[in-house]
Ligand binder design. Structure first.
Ligand code: SF4
Length: 256
């Protein structure tokens, strides 16, 4: 009698879809969706349990947080606390967490060893802002995003500069990056904050429409873009968390 070969029941797993292809597919599928619709689809269908929101708890952050919390109050929210933030931002973070009922806020800080080796005096920002952002923002976020396939940001085109052309779906370092508010302008943000009676960042009224770290943030003047107060005088307009990974920055000799 002919022997029947055992059937192999192991189904080979499909290779993971590259982030770039996934972002293109998502852009087609969700074209025209509202910000809330995009967030709902990402959290519920596309990346359940695999997506986080990264928030600076800055001047416009309450909008994204308010929309997201209505979809899922337990959505992980990553807050990069660089150790150089304004006390007003830390207080605002606590206020929003309470007001909105955020249930999974992840406050991420720089690695103690990185600070010890690269910035023992805490003044790396003065001469080496890119290196300072790298150890205080880029590397902590890289660690915080382990285990996630995608993340939400609150970036918008009206911020200007490199952000003018951002799309709702982008990719970075193998992950899908979702910017649900990409096309929202300042008027729409203000209207949303007012209609929903959301607390405002206390520095906004003092001329700070974009708020980062104390040493690298100032108020803007009449007619300036919203991010003109960031790294004023430097040829730098982004901290680096939205740039593709670059080689680890070694401590500059002049800062030793
Ligand atoms: S914004 Fe300034 S202080 Fe903050 S991490 Fe970057 S260089 Fe350092």
């Amino acid at each position: 009698m002919e022997r029947v070969a055992p059937v192999n029941h192991i189904v080979p797993s499909l290779p993971a879809e590259p982030a770039e292809a996934r972002a293109r597919r998502l852009a087609e599928r969700y074209a025209g969706k509202t910000a809330a619709g995009v967030i709902e689809a990402m959290v519920g269908c596309e990346f359940p349990g695999r997506i986080a929101l990264v928030s600076s708890f800055g001047a416009e952050s309450a909008v994204m947080l308010h929309i997201a919390v209505a979809v899922d109050p337990a959505l992980p929210v990553i807050f990069l606390d660089t150790g150089k933030l304004f006390p007003e931002t830390l207080e605002y973070c606590e206020r929003l967490v309470d007001a909105l009922g955020l249930r999974d806020i992840r406050r991420v800080t720089p690695a103690a060893r990185d600070l010890l080796v690269h910035d023992p005096r805490g003044d790396l920002w003065a001469d080496h802002a890119n290196s300072c952002c790298h150890i205080r923002k880029v590397l902590p976020l890289k660690r915080a995003l382990v285990g996630f396939d995608a993340w939400f940001t609150g970036r918008k085109r009206h911020h200007g500069g490199d952000r003018t052309g951002i799309e709702v779906f982008e990719t970075q370092d193998g992950r899908v990056k979702v910017n649900p508010l990409a096309h929202w302008d300042r008027h729409r943000i203000d209207t949303y904050l007012r209609r929903n009676r959301l607390p405002r960042h206390p520095l906004e009224a003092k001329g700070y429409p974009s708020i980062g770290c104390v040493p690298c943030t100032g108020p803007i003047g009449a007619g300036e873009g919203p991010r003109a107060g960031r790294w004023r005088g430097l040829s730098k307009s982004e901290c680096g968390i939205h740039l593709a990974a670059r080689p680890e920055v070694s401590r500059p000799a002049s800062a030793c």
